[in-house]
Design a binder for this molecule. Structure first.
Ligand SMILES: Cc1cc2nc3c(=O)[nH]c(=O)nc-3n(C[C@H](O)[C@H](O)[C@H](O)COP(=O)(O)O)c2cc1C
Length: 327
């Protein structure tokens, strides 16, 4: 997959996930799966500009063990966006994205995120502001009309064609849609046909079948969000499967050690055990996907307030202690 001047050896991408995709998570994705690149959590341009640097570590710090990194920004002001683009370029961003799809009320009320879908006239200004402040590839991540009464696909495609970002990502759902609504592959294919830049397809890819269905839209690459949480090897597994190679996923005990490593990385990044454990509660269920006693594990983990107990709970449920004894 070629984006601007770079050819990536993979066309699978780790998507931005607020509350999840900070350095320790991405380092595991890189170590185990080697996606083409991964994204930070969405960062507010205002915060990047105004908040002290040490409070922005989670959003700006590139982990020493990770590959190419896209920074995702949120804004509805071209000057702010330009300044934040410069800041993240200096932080080592390999790519820079503007979020135009976030459905959260707090973001939409600031006229950012998916609110930008109703303001295609601003897209040219925003993309130009990003381009003028970096030599890295710039992109936007959007949602689609799907089967709503909003008709923004055509207008967005025209605005994007005029502004010429280096690529775009299309999540095939309307911004009001929850995950129980199917991904609209036709809408993704519409953007592929309408534009002469690479389009990354996104939505519900979790296995070889869903990956093939997404590539059938004609997209140049595929972004994976939720499915790689707790299974950072997913990119490697899908790459192997698409090439017809066999892939052996890690054992339960290894998955537990990945969770422990993730947790240790969060402690280091967030500086307090409590904040690390609170953040880890959001994705404990993903590491526990295949555990026989998943519900019991999640409920035990949710009660942990210190690192030592959290480690013991992970070791017990993932059989890590048993494994050590055997060895
Ligand atoms: C917990 C969570 C946090 C998310 N945070 C962001 C975000 O910060 N920026 C963004 O563009 N999308 C965000 N998304 C959307 C995902 O990047 C992705 O577009 C969506 O989950 C569909 O892809 P998937 O089916 O592969 O998960 C988030 C999704 C989840 C579940």
């Amino acid at each position: 997959m070629k984006i601007k001047n770079t050819t990536y050896p993979s066309n699978l991408i780790q998507g931005p996930l607020a509350g999840v995709s900070c350095g320790p998570f991405r380092a595991l994705a890189w170590e185990w799966g080697k996606p083409a690149f991964a994204y930070t959590e969405m960062s507010s341009c205002k915060n990047l500009i105004n908040k002290p640097k040490h409070l922005q570590r989670r959003f700006t710090e590139k982990h020493p063990d990770e590959g190419p990194l896209g920074f995702q920004l949120s804004s509805n002001n071209a000057d702010e966006l330009g300044l934040a683009t410069k800041i993240v370029t200096d932080c080592g961003a390999d790519l820079i994205d503007l979020n135009c799809g976030c459905p959260v009320k707090k973001i939409r009320s600031k006229a950012a995120g998916s609110h930008l879908l109703s303001e295609p006239g601003k897209i040219y200004k925003f993309i130009t502001a990003m381009k003028n402040n970096t030599d890295r590839p710039v992109s936007i991540k959007i949602r689609v009309d799907a089967d709503s009464n909003d008709n923004f696909n055509q207008d967005m495609a025209k605005a994007i064609a005029d502004a010429q970002p280096d690529f775009i990502t299309v999540h095939g759902r309307h911004w009001t849609h929850k995950y129980d609504v199917d991904c609209a592959y036709d809408d993704i294919a519409f953007f592929v046909d309408a534009l002469n830049i690479p389009v990354i397809g996104n939505g519900d890819v979790a296995c070889l079948d869903s990956l093939k269905r997404m590539f059938a839209t004609g997209c140049a690459g595929v972004m994976i969000g939720r499915a790689s949480v707790g299974q950072p090897w997913l990119f490697a597994e899908l790459k192997a499967q698409i090439n017809g190679d066999t892939f052996t996923p890690p054992s339960t005990a290894i998955i537990g050690t990945l969770f422990l490593k993730h947790l240790a990385g969060l402690c280091d990044l967030l500086q307090t055990e409590k904040s690390a454990i609170i953040q880890a509660r959001c994705f404990a269920k993903y590491y526990a996907r295949k555990l026989e006693f998943k519900e019991d594990f999640c409920s035990a983990f949710n009660q942990c307030t210190d690192l030592k107990t959290a480690q013991q709970v992970i070791e017990r449920y993932f059989g890590i202690v048993t494994l050590n004894k055997i060895i």
